[in-house]
Design a protein around this ligand. Structure first.
Ligand code: ADP
Length: 317
């Protein structure tokens, strides 16, 4: 459905894309994962015809985006990082305007009404866009991408800047839309990609470092589980208890929280949940556990693990 072949993009001396290739098959929700500055927006802007490439090929449903952009773009709905909204228009008015701009042939009133229902903005149909919350504005952005019912939807970091409730709503909406469309969803948040996507392309410094199913990404980045525990009691005693537990591989104090509690970083093997034995051991000795949270893997950890796994595979050949 989507194919990128050896695409390069230079901004003057800055080489933003260094020959990237990937495919998204029909029905995929493809995650585009990478830190800020990796080249995600550049790639998505090229794919959607907003930006030219320095060299390479890009196809949407077999149509070249460089040679036949008008035809290729008919199959794409795009929500850029900054949604292209007109704040002084009302929601309904704006969607009608986008409909006309796209030269859409579907029955206008009904099509816009259906989209408003899908993205749940019917209640703000008559409101000025500038008066909407960020979450609603993002939905209006998604609604404009849906006009014309394109096969492919491209969302560039659609959850950035939203509050936690809005983030969940947008993620659920994207998953729902994935039942009917091929989706490319960019993000710098690994758990978000794991929740939503079926496949992931990992990009760093303009190079693709992984192209995997979500399951194999999870396998590739498997590592120790990490917890941060806040515990009251003398450091030496607490460390003795923690380190004596078979479920715990390592434990280290990482700082005082207040006058009588200390934070500890605890690691255990990937398949072991140390929380229950940890709680029981501390309770038995009378040292209160006043906080416990999992530490999520950073993107840097993911890159290090992905590249070392790849090197191991190469050496094994
Ligand atoms: P991401 O979306 O992953 O954050 P971008 O595609 O925005 O990454 O940026 C990739 C690289 O290209 C960065 O080094 C960025 O500074 C640079 N870049 C992006 N847009 C431009 C531009 N219009 N002119 C010059 N450099 C740019």
């Amino acid at each position: 459905m989507i194919e990128f072949k050896n695409v390069y993009k230079n901004y003057g001396q800055n080489r933003a894309l260094k020959g990237i290739s990937f495919k998204a098959e029909s029905g995929d929700i493809l995650g585009f994962l990478g830190p800020n500055g990796a080249g995600k927006s550049t790639a998505l802007n090229i794919l959607t015809g907003y930006l030219s490439a320095t060299s390479g090929e890009a196809y949407v449903d077999g149509v070249s985006i460089f040679e036949n952009p008008v035809e290729a773009k008919k199959n794409i709905g795009f929500l850029p990082e900054l949604p292209p909204l007109y704040p002084d228009m009302k929601v309904g008015e704006y969607l009608g305007f986008v409909y006309d701009l796209k030269g859409c042939k579907l029955p206008k009133k009904q099509h816009i009404k259906e989209i408003c229902e899908v993205v749940q903005i019917s209640d703000v149909y008559g409101r000025l866009i500038k008066n909407l919350s960020k979450g609603y504005k993002q939905r209006v952005g998604i609604a404009q991408a849906l006009i014309g019912n394109p096969k492919v939807l491209v969302f560039d970091e659609p959850t950035v800047g939203l509050d936690p409730k809005q983030i969940i709503e947008i993620r659920n909406l994207v998953k729902e839309l994935g039942k009917e469309h091929t989706i490319i969803f960019s993000s710098h948040i690994l758990p978000e990609i794991q929740q939503i996507c079926s496949r992931v392309v990992v990009i760093n410094e303009g190079v693709i470092v992984a192209d995997e199913s979500i399951e194999s990404l999870a396998e590739a980045v498997e590592g120790p589980r990490r917890l941060i525990a806040k515990i009251c009691g003398p450091e030496a005693e607490v460390l003795k208890i923690l380190r004596a537990l078979p479920a715990i591989k390592s434990a280290d104090a990482i700082g005082k929280v207040d006058s009588d509690s200390i934070s500890y970083l605890i690691e255990s093997d990937e398949r072991i949940d140390a929380r229950k034995p940890l709680f029981a051991a501390l309770a038995a000795k009378g040292y209160p556990l006043i906080g416990l949270e999992g530490v999520e893997m950073s993107l840097e950890d993911v890159f290090v693990r992905l590249t070392s796994k790849r090197d191991q595979r190469r050496r094994g050949r």
